[in-house]
Ligand binder design. Structure first.
Ligand SMILES: *Cc1c(COP(=O)(O)O)cnc(C)c1O
Length: 396
């Protein structure tokens, strides 16, 4: 039985490899942090994790998780509504709502599930979802799983959004959906303008803050803080897998009735296991820490500013960014791969992206800054970039 599909899959896999798109995994043998060890024995500086606040390996999170293993056990063996809700889950939900200034929060196993399960419970074929073309795959899947009418607008293009909102007036309810920070460029969604248009055309607003929460805004509380829209965004989705500790877990936070309805009808919530107590406890610790002090976020902002300026001074072309993602533009696909490989030899771990992950002729190296980086790490990276840049003729 398997023979034919085996041949078919082999051919497909070969095609993926031939196109240079086969994803190989590099093996890390240390914990996740700024200076990691890989299985070749090499020590490298990590500039490609979403570890924005440097919390992935933080002693306070590790201790909180260990304590919870002792007090609350290992797993829940249940979904939330049967016998999978502990005090820890509820406390974490409250702390997330407090952080974002929202009314209530619902936890998921991942932000992928939060986005996958957010639309179908609240919208029907009478309604419309208006989605940014560059939105994350999980939003696209969530939209697919819902019967609402689908409209798309060119990324961050407010003229196009307005046009789509006009088209969508014939439907009962409308929701505009956007990533807070777009992960390939690091640009921020123009949420101020989106909010204005939403008011004008009677639409709800949903923002996926996965790459922006902990990073963007005066105290890092995301694009809703950046644009003074705290408490005004109807739905925020986010992850515990990036700035907030980097383990696993996602959430939807926002209007009380929406969250209530998700608890009743959201399929990834109803039919998938509760997050482990240790993860919930470490999550609680994250939001405690972020309430106590803004030092980690301040350091991230300082590090990003420092690295970006040094790279611009060195002559690199970096896309405008208000986040901790910096796209070092090389434009040429092959060059981006060669550049990243040479950087790794210099002990700098970054990824080169090219078409179809980014538009044609827009190949780049994506650098992600962390509060876990020290000045000497940043200086070493800039020096390596400059050396390879000269070697490959990118810099004069
Ligand atoms: C990473 C990411 C997700 C998925 O988060 P997980 O918790 O890892 O599932 C969803 N949306 C955006 C915009 C992301 O960057």
């Amino acid at each position: 039985m398997y023979g034919k599909i085996k041949e078919h899959l082999r051919a497909e896999l070969e095609a993926i490899e031939d196109a240079g798109l086969y994803k190989k995994e590099r093996i890390i043998t240390s914990s996740q942090k700024a200076d990691i060890k890989i299985n070749t024995g090499q020590k490298v500086l990590n500039f490609c994790a979403n570890n924005y606040l440097g919390l992935s390996n933080h002693p306070r999170l590790i201790q909180a998780a260990k304590d919870a293993l002792d007090s609350h056990g290992y797993g829940m063996s249940s979904v939330r509504f049967i016998c999978g809700t502990q005090d820890l889950h509820q406390e974490l939900e409250k702390r997330i709502a407090d952080y974002f200034g929202t009314e209530d929060t619902i936890l998921y196993a991942a932000a992928f599930d939060a986005n996958g399960g957010v639309f179908e419970p609240i919208l029907t074929s009478e309604d419309a979802i208006i989605s940014d073309t560059l939105n994350h795959a999980s939003i696209i899947d969530g939209v697919r799983l819902c019967k609402a009418n689908r409209l798309r607008y060119e990324s961050a293009d407010m003229e196009d959004l307005e046009y789509q909102l006009k088209v969508a007036q014939k439907y009962r309810f409308r929701i505009i959906v956007t990533d807070g920070v777009f992960s390939m460029d690091g640009h921020v969604a123009p949420l101020d303008k989106i909010y204005e248009l939403a008011e004008k055309y009677d639409a709800m607003v949903m923002v996926d803050e996965c790459h922006s929460a902990g990073v963007v805004g005066k105290t890092g509380k995301g694009v809703s803080e950046l644009f003074n829209l705290r408490g005004k965004v109807d739905i925020i989705t986010g992850t515990l897998g990036k700035a907030f500790g980097g383990a696993i877990g996602g959430f939807t936070t926002g209007r009380k009735e929406i969250i209530d309805m998700l608890r009743q009808r959201s399929r990834p919530y109803l039919f998938s296991n509760s997050i482990p107590p240790a993860v919930a406890a470490a999550g609680i610790e994250v939001f405690k820490m972020l309430k106590e002090s803004n030092d980690l976020h301040d350091k991230l902002v300082e590090n990003t500013k420092y690295f970006k300026q040094k790279m611009l001074d060195a002559g690199f072309d970096i896309k405008p960014s208000k986040s901790a993602i910096l796209a070092v533009m090389l434009y040429d696909a092959k060059l981006s791969q060669e550049f990243a490989a040479k950087l790794l030899e210099e002990g700098i771990y970054v990824i080169g992206f090219y078409y179809p992950v980014v538009p044609k002729e827009q190949a780049r190296i994506r650098v992600q800054i962390s509060a876990g980086h020290e000045k000497e790490h940043l200086d070493k990276a800039v020096a390596a970039f400059t050396k390879i840049g000269k070697e490959l003729g990118v810099l004069k």
